[in-house]
Design a protein around this ligand. Structure first.
Ligand code: AMP
Ligand code: MG
Length: 419
């Protein structure tokens, strides 16, 4: 607990030489192999555990239920009970939830019991109150009743010492109920991954600001910040940096102190104004991944003062797709959650298209009400609104293919990217 994992190696992003364009799957395999968790652990109360990632297994400190108890309001006695009419005298007292009967019920006697109450010594079987008649001294009812009827057995849900969840499990709200029931009060979880989000470009202004000619609104930062917070990480909004190397250097310097990982968008290629690449290049850890995919220009990767930087393309559609395909699983590993592969579905195309070999294509797509997959009218990566039109992506393989209406295609819903 509290140990901080070692930093990433300086060459973690270095791609083997030779390949000019890296296939998507090779790029993914590289990230998966070279990244490791970078968040330490901390202890938190169960009540704060939703969305957190376990740093070690969660072990039941107690059985659930801790003792055999009543599933109904009724009467407890020793079972099983044979077929036919029965009459049992009542002992004085009762067993209620939180107020168990302390004594032992003699064989042949019954006792009043309420839902959730421990089943008293000498009893093991319960009859519903609706199924008896009583004069206050005894109960009458008809058998048969199996041994253990209407009783919840001690430990039937969770055994003491049982591993409830393995390390890396991300806790859902209902998991907190399971942990609490098993007597767990505190959790050993990964510290929340702190992700900085920076937009770069002289042309960018904040959404809603008054735009001068040549200015456009920063579309990536609201999108990426929201995605990161949906993925359960802590967002640090680093704002917009101009196309000025010194300014970006300052932002990265301070961000590297307060963030575990930095996502940037824009300036990631190899042009004059591609300052993210230029800055990372001097760190000795820089790699410009030319990934054989559309949309997407190179991904700029590197370590800035030991803090991994993912330089996403500036174009919002490319930034979105690269965030879903590369950043999400990479952040999964860094956070301690592990690698995340989206589930995809083979569904018939509602479109036709011919594609050349050489790169994987991601098309903005949505399900039609007949179960086929439509694609957005334009493949232009400037068409941001196509992301909002879509409910997911169609992934087309590296190889050349001709798709006709009805040809099965790979569809990945946005929900599979946690969005
Ligand atoms: P860059 O990668 O910096 O060359 O940017 C590629 C394209 O994406 C250019 O048209 C930029 O204006 C645009 N762009 C870059 N960053 C953003 C952003 N945060 N929001 C909207 N468009 C952007
Ligand atoms: Mg730019």
């Amino acid at each position: 607990m509290g140990l901080i994992p070692p930093p990433l190696r300086n060459d973690c992003f270095a791609m083997p030489h030779g390949a000019h364009w890296t296939p998507v799957n090779d790029a993914l395999a590289h990230l998966r192999a070279k990244l490791q968790p970078i968040c330490g652990a901390e202890s938190i109360p169960v009540s704060e555990g939703a969305g957190r990632i376990l740093a070690g297994p969660a072990i039941a400190l107690r059985a659930h239920p801790p003792a055999t108890n009543a599933a109904v309001d009724g009467y407890a006695f020793q079972g099983p009970i044979a077929d036919g009419p029965h009459e049992l005298p009542l002992v004085t007292g009762r067993s209620a939830a939180g107020a168990p009967f302390e004594g032992t019920v003699p064989t042949g006697y019954a006792i009043r019991i309420l839902t959730g109450a421990d089943v008293p010594a000498g009893t093991d079987t319960i009859i519903l109150q609706e199924d008896i008649t009583t004069n206050g001294q005894a109960i009458a009812f008809n058998g048969p009743l199996k041994l253990g009827s209407n009783a919840r057995q001690a430990g039937e849900d969770i055994a003491k010492g049982q591993k409830i969840f393995a390390a890396q499990h991300k806790l859902a709200p209902y998991d907190l109920a399971t942990l609490a029931s098993a007597g767990v009060g505190r959790l050993n979880v990964r510290k929340r991954l702190r992700v900085g989000v920076l937009s770069t470009g002289d042309e960018l202004i904040d959404p809603g600001a008054i735009a001068r000619p040549g200015q456009i609104y920063d579309a990536n930062r609201p999108m990426l910040c929201a995605a990161i917070s949906r993925w359960g990480y802590e967002v640090q909004d680093l704002g917009i940096a101009p196309d000025n190397r010194e300014k970006i250097r300052e932002v990265l310097n301070s961000a590297a102190l307060s963030c575990d990982v930095i996502l940037t968008s824009g300036g990631a290629s190899a042009g004059d104004e591609d300052h993210i690449s230029a800055l990372l290049e001097n760190t000795g850890s820089f790699a410009l991944w030319r990934i054989a995919m559309k949309p997407g220009r190179p991904l700029a990767l590197g370590l800035w003062n030991n803090t991994p930087v993912f330089g996403l393309p500036g174009n919002p559609v490319a930034a979105a797709v690269c965030a879903m395909i590369f950043a999400r699983p990479a952040l999964g590993v860094l956070s301690g959650l592990g690698w995340l592969d989206p589930v995809s579905y083979q569904l018939p195309a509602a479109f036709s298209k011919t594609k050349k070999a050489g790169r994987q294509e991601y098309l903005r797509a949505r399900l039609s009400n007949t179960g086929t997959v439509e694609i957005f009218g334009s493949e232009g990566s400037g068409r941001v609104s196509g992301l909002s039109w879509a409910s997911g992506l169609v992934a087309l393989p590296d190889a050349a293919i001709t798709i006709e209406q009805g040809t099965p295609v790979t569809y990945i819903p946005f929900t599979e990217f946690g969005l």
